[in-house]
Ligand binder design. Structure first.
Ligand code: NCD
Length: 308
C-alpha cells in the first residue's frame, strides 16, 4: 500500500509496488472512467521552483481527472520564496492546506528535506541534476506498454548524462530488472556520474559501457533514450554552445537502428531529434507524455488512499 508514502527517488518503492502502479495506469488507459471521481474533495499542491510543462500539467490533469483539485505556483517569483522564506517554512505551510505536495526545485536533496518537514506526502518532481522518479515511472510504463517487458533489453542513454536527472533515475531503476544492459552515449564532458556507474551498476553487476558516437552503438539498442543538454546547469554559456548540438538524431541515423527499437525522450526537445524523425513509428515520445498522465493518476490515487 502506498497510502501516505513519499516518492523521492525510484528506489523508494519495491518492484511489486511499481508493478501495482503500472497495472493501475494500464487499467486507466483502457477504461477512461476507472478511478474517475476517486479523489473528490482532495487537494494537490504543485510547487514548481523551476520551469515545467509536462510534469506540472500532467500532475494537475491527473488530479483533475481523478475528481480532485490543485493549487500552487509555477514559478517561485510569485511565492514567498522571493521574500526569502526558507523551503522548510514554505513546505510546513503548504502541508497545512493540501493533502499531498508535488515539488520541483533546482537544489539536489530539496525533496528529501521537504519530506522530512511535511505533514503530508511529498512527491519529487525533479531535484536539480539528481532524480526525477515520476518521469522514471513514465519511462518504465512506456517501455512496458510498447516493448512488453522491462527486463532483457539494451537501453542507450544519449546526450547530457551528467546533468540529466531523468537519466540518473531511469538508469538506477532499470538496474533492478534482469537482463538489462545499459550504454551511455555522451561527449567526455557530459559523462554519467560515478554514483550511477560505480555506485549502482557495478554494485549490482549490470553490464554497461560508455560510447561517444551514437552511430557506433545504435544498432545494438532496444530503447534509445535521447536527452537535451541541460543549459540551466552549466556554469558557462560557451561550454553549452559547444556541446548543445553534439547529437542530432536524423532519419539517416535511424537506418541502422533495429526495426522494433523505440525512441524515448522526456522532453522538452531542443535540437537533438530532428523533426523529420517524428513520423517514424519508433518515435514514441509524445505517447510517453500521455503515459506520464496515466501513471501520475495511478500514483496520486494510491498515495491519497483512493484505491480500494
Ligand atoms: C525533464 C526534467 O525536467 O528533468 N523534463 C521533464 O520533466 N519531462 C527533462 C529535461 O528538462 O530535459
Amino acid at each position: 500500500m502506498l497510502k501516505g508514502r513519499n516518492l523521492i527517488e525510484p528506489g523508494d518503492y519495491s518492484l511489486e509496488e511499481m508493478d501495482g502502479l503500472f497495472s493501475v495506469a494500464e487499467k486507466i488507459e483502457d477504461d477512461k472512467n476507472y478511478l474517475r471521481e476517486s479523489c473528490r474533495g482532495k487537494l494537490l499542491a504543485t510547487l514548481f521552483f523551476e520551469p515545467s510543462t509536462r510534469t506540472r500539467l500532467s500532475f494537475e490533469a491527473a488530479m483533475l481527472r481523478l475528481g480532485g483539485s490543485c493549487l500552487g505556483f509555477a514559478e517561485p517569483g510569485s511565492s514567498s520564496a522571493a521574500k526569502g522564506e526558507s523551503l522548510s517554512d514554505t513546505i510546513r505551510t503548504v502541508a497545512c492546506y493540501a493533502d499531498a505536495i508535488v515539488m520541483r526545485n533546482p537544489k539536489e536533496g530539496a525533496a528529501l528535506l521537504a519530506s522530512r518537514v511535511s505533514g503530508v506526502p511529498v512527491i519529487n518532481a525533479g531535484d536539480g541534476g539528481h532524480h526525477h522518479p515520476t518521469q522514471t515511472l513514465t519511462d518504465l510504463l512506456t517501455i512496458r506498454r510498447l516493448r512488453g517487458e522491462l527486463g532483457n533489453l539494451t537501453i542507450g542513454f544519449c546526450g547530457d548524462l551528467k546533468f540529466g536527472r531523468t537519466v540518473h533515475s531511469l538508469a538506477k531503476a532499470l538496474s533492478r530488472y534482469p537482463g538489462v544492459k545499459e550504454i551511455f552515449i555522451s561527449p567526455p564532458e557530459l559523462k554519467v556520474p560515478g554514483y550511477i556507474t560505480q555506485g549502482v551498476l557495478e554494485k549490482e553487476m549490470i553490464p554497461y559501457k560508455e560510447a561517444e558516437k551514437l552511430e557506433d552503438v545504435i544498432g545494438d539498442l532496444d530503447v534509445l533514450y535521447m536527452t537535451r543538454v541541460q543549459r540551466e546547469r552549466f556554469f558557462n554559456e560557451e561550454d553549452y554552445i559547444r556541446l548543445k548540438d553534439f547529437y542530432v538524431l536524423t532519419k539517416d541515423k535511424m537506418k541502422n537502428a533495429k526495426k522494433e527499437m523505440v525512441i524515448l525522450h522526456p522532453l522538452p526537445r531542443v535540437n537533438e531529434i530532428a523533426a523529420e524523425v517524428d513520423d517514424d513509428p519508433r518515435a514514441v515520445y509524445f505517447k510517453q507524455a500521455r503515459y506520464g498522465m496515466y501513471i501520475r493518476m495511478a500514483l496520486l490515487a494510491s498515495i491519497l488512499g483512493a484505491l480500494c
